[in-house]
Design a protein around this ligand. Structure first.
Ligand code: MG
Length: 386
């Protein structure tokens, strides 16, 4: 019998998605094996994970932590490496089957491109990759013999709604949003909000960066752009709807007026389990399943674009195309980092992004080098605004 164990590489194993991916791997030892674990700076947790899962390779992004990790794992048959170049190299290892890209931000782009080049199956959790370079990634995917599966709950929902459907029958994608921690906050109070207020997300337990993106709703703008590239549906046919209970993970409306929705608990294990089971193989779980009677009131409302202006910013950036979404993302990364250390106010995030986008030239039909240059310049300019 053929060996059906899939070797998984997790880029960002110590983050929220990475930890939950390891939960799934532990749940199905006959299906998956952790082959490569990559973390940026969380060396202690990386060591713990490596001792438990004994992957072939471990990479710590931060070079000053290399010796600590190597020494802590010296008694195990694990190769320990360090640095960004090692990551790009490791994802192309012939033994790797699936690469889970769960790094934060722009840093996910280069290893994802390398994994596509090596023909790896990709479970994409790093949404910035498609926000920044969706045009380029789609071109690369067309020329490759690999597939990209979304790990996000919304994009997993679209995927499931679209199984068995014809692309030309799609009327629109309806992307649900929780509305984040400030959904009911009066607009005039937003200016005084600090990182500690924004980090209290009502439904989803996630990393700090994405939680701030959720508070500004930039996250939903990113997901709209991601959906456009994943499903080939233009931004004008992607509608954002606020659904505070986060039970309907997203919907698709078809040309005959029918709407399909995918429902589930707000638990990232679900989309990770679905993505790892693809193609076409749902993984059985004994964990708690949803009872609809616990959610008797599912509500839907239009997003407040005056309070959350970054939604319009995202539509404008993707309509402009080229490197404009890359500039938006770069400025957002700088602004969110500054907000997390209380260096700027909540409304400054929008201001910095808009000023940066206004300043950066838009390069159409960008190459990888164009993205790198745009990212560097936009980050430097955004930094000067803080
Ligand atoms: Mg999401």
């Amino acid at each position: 019998m053929e060996n059906n164990i899939r070797n998984i590489a997790i880029l960002g194993s110590t983050g929220s998605i990475g930890r939950q991916t390891l939960d799934i791997i532990a749940e199905y030892p006959q299906r998956f094996k952790a082959h490569l674990l990559v973390a940026n700076t969380s060396s202690e947790l990386l060591i713990k994970q490596a001792r438990r899962f004994v992957p072939r390779q471990v990479i710590i992004g931060e070079p000053t932590l290399y010796a600590t990790v190597r020494d802590a794992l010296a008694d195990l048959p694990i190769e320990v490496l360090s640095g960004a170049a090692a990551i790009v190299q490791a994802v192309t290892d012939p033994e790797v089957d699936t690469v889970v890209t769960a790094m934060v931000g722009y840093s996910g782009l280069e290893p994802t491109i390398a994994a596509i080049g090596a023909g790896k199956r990709i479970a994409l959790a790093n949404k910035e990759t498609l926000v920044v370079a969706g045009e380029l990634i789609n071109r690369l995917l067309q020329d490759s013999n690999t597939v990209l599966y979304p790990v996000d709950s919304e994009h997993g929902a679209f995927y499931q709604c679209l199984v068995g459907e014809r692309h030309e029958d799609i009327e629109k994608l309806i992307l649900t949003a929780s509305g984040g921690p400030f959904r009911t906050t009066p607009i005039q109070e937003l200016a005084g909000k600090r990182a500690s207020d924004a980090l209290k997300h009502p439904n989803w337990s996630m990393g700090a960066k994405i939680t701030i993106d959720s508070a500004t709703m930039m996250n939903k703008g990113f997901e709209m752009i991601e959906a456009k590239w994943l499903y080939g549906v233009s931004e004008d046919r992607i509608e954002i709807v606020v659904h505070p209970q986060s039970i309907v993970h997203s919907m698709v409306e078809f040309c005959d007026g029918s709407v399909k929705a995918q429902l589930g608990l707000p638990d990232m294990h679900l989309p990770i389990r679905y993505a790892l089971g693809l193609p076409g193989n749902r993984l059985t779980t004994p964990s708690y399943k949803m009872s609809l009677s616990d959610y008797a009131h599912l509500t839907f409302e239009k997003p407040d674009t005056e309070k959350f202006p970054l939604l319009d910013t995202a539509y404008r950036a993707t309509r402009a195309g080229g490197t404009m979404p890359c500039a938006m993302n770069a400025a957002n990364e700088i602004a969110v980092a500054a907000f997390l250390r209380d260096a700027i106010g909540f409304n400054d995030i929008h201001r910095i992004i808009e000023e940066t986008m206004g300043r950066m030239p838009n390069v159409l039909n960008p190459t990888y080098e164009d993205y790198v240059q745009c990212n560097n310049e936009a980050r430097a300019y955004a930094m000067s605004l803080i």
